[in-house]
Write a protein that binds this ligand. Structure first.
Ligand SMILES: [Zn+2]
Ligand SMILES: [Zn+2]
Length: 327
């Protein structure tokens, strides 16, 4: 083998033996950038076990069917020709990090270059890949300005999700900062709503992106709304069922029955007390988030049939969150 062949596929210009190989053999990368590079070289070298072992249990890519998961990872590796990895940005903040990078590759002689802003979270001392936003080609616009403002999510099984949250006593600068971070965290995870308890703050506050209804059972995320110390009243007798998900219960969607309309009274971020009647998806999102303030999850509201469908998933999710790793 020539020196050239010994170079690590992660484009570090270092030899594989002293670059990504130790990680592939079990050493823990001390930061998310090293993890990202070693995951890239695992794709190049077709080491699906490493990808699986370094995927966050809450990642949308996570699968309980390890056999099929590894098989499709391996298929991707074998069908791709990797040309180059280019790191555009790396931000780290306590237990969260983002790495934005462009991968130049081709599949079946077609260019398949993409840019990803990846999110990483450190659980029990190990950095894990949690997900990412993708764009085709070289897309430096995925790099965000300023500091990293993501907050770690609390997942199913975390006791904070079961506590009744305390009222917000005063809208301080800390609260305003928290709201900004919550919005960034919600958007980064493609969520439509996020309650403070889901980012480990047991206070009565949630943010939503007011759903814009685009048809039967469909909506798009709209404007940001902040609800402080909300009180719900006068639910309509008429109810409807629709499929809900939750950032704290990744990958599960179930049919939940809720009132069609409800009245919500709350304080806005600039201190105004607002009372309004809401309906449809807006009402549903507000009720879902408000439930979080009382320690209630949407899985508590399932009928017998829906509960049966999700029971084994919930059990497995709780276990893998507890174990903190995929394998
Ligand atoms: Zn390397
Ligand atoms: Zn939720």
């Amino acid at each position: 083998m020539t020196d050239h062949e010994n170079l690590c596929p992660c484009c570090s210009k270092k030899k594989y033996e002293i670059c990504c190989k130790p990680f592939h053999e079990g050493a823990l990368p001390e930061n998310a950038l090293l993890l990202m590079r070693s995951r890239y070289s695992a794709y190049v070298l077709n080491i699906p076990d490493y990808i699986v072992a370094t995927t966050h249990p809450a990642s949308p890519e996570y699968s309980d069917n390890k056999f099929n998961w590894k098989r499709s990872l391996s298929k991707f590796s074998r069908s791709s020709t990797f040309h180059k990895l280019e790191i555009l940005d790396f931000k780290e903040n306590n237990n969260l990090a983002t790495v934005t990078f462009t991968v130049y590759l081709s599949q079946d002689n077609h260019d398949a270059t993409f840019t990803e802003r990846s999110y990483f979270e450190k659980i029990k001392g190990r950095w894990l890949y949690r997900g990412g936003q993708l764009a085709a080609g070289h897309a430096p616009n995925l790099v965000t300005n300023g500091q990293l403002r993501l907050l770690p999510l609390a997942y199913y099984g975390d006791s904070i999700l079961r506590k009744k949250a305390d009222p917000v006593a005063e809208i301080t600068n800390d609260i305003r900062k928290l709201v900004e971070e919550m919005i960034e965290t919600m958007d980064a995870s493609d969520g439509i709503g996020l309650a403070a308890v889901q980012i480990h703050h047991s206070i009565r506050l949630f943010v939503i992106r007011t759903p814009i209804e685009t048809g039967e059972d469909k909506f798009e995320p709209g404007e940001i709304e902040v609800f402080i110390n909300p009180i719900l009243s006068l639910p309509s007798k008429e109810t409807w069922k629709a499929s809900e998900g939750c950032l704290s219960i990744p990958s599960l969607r179930s049919l939940v029955e809720r009132p069609k309309e409800i009245t919500v009274e709350y304080t806005s971020l600039n201190g105004n007390v607002i009372k309004k009647r809401v309906s449809g998806w807006q009402a549903r999102v507000i009720m879902h988030e408000n439930d979080h303030l009382d320690g209630v999850l949407f899985t508590d509201r399932l009928d017998q049939e829906e509960l049966l469908k999700s029971a084994s998933f919930l059990q497995s999710l709780e276990k893998r969150m507890h174990d903190g790793r995929a394998l």
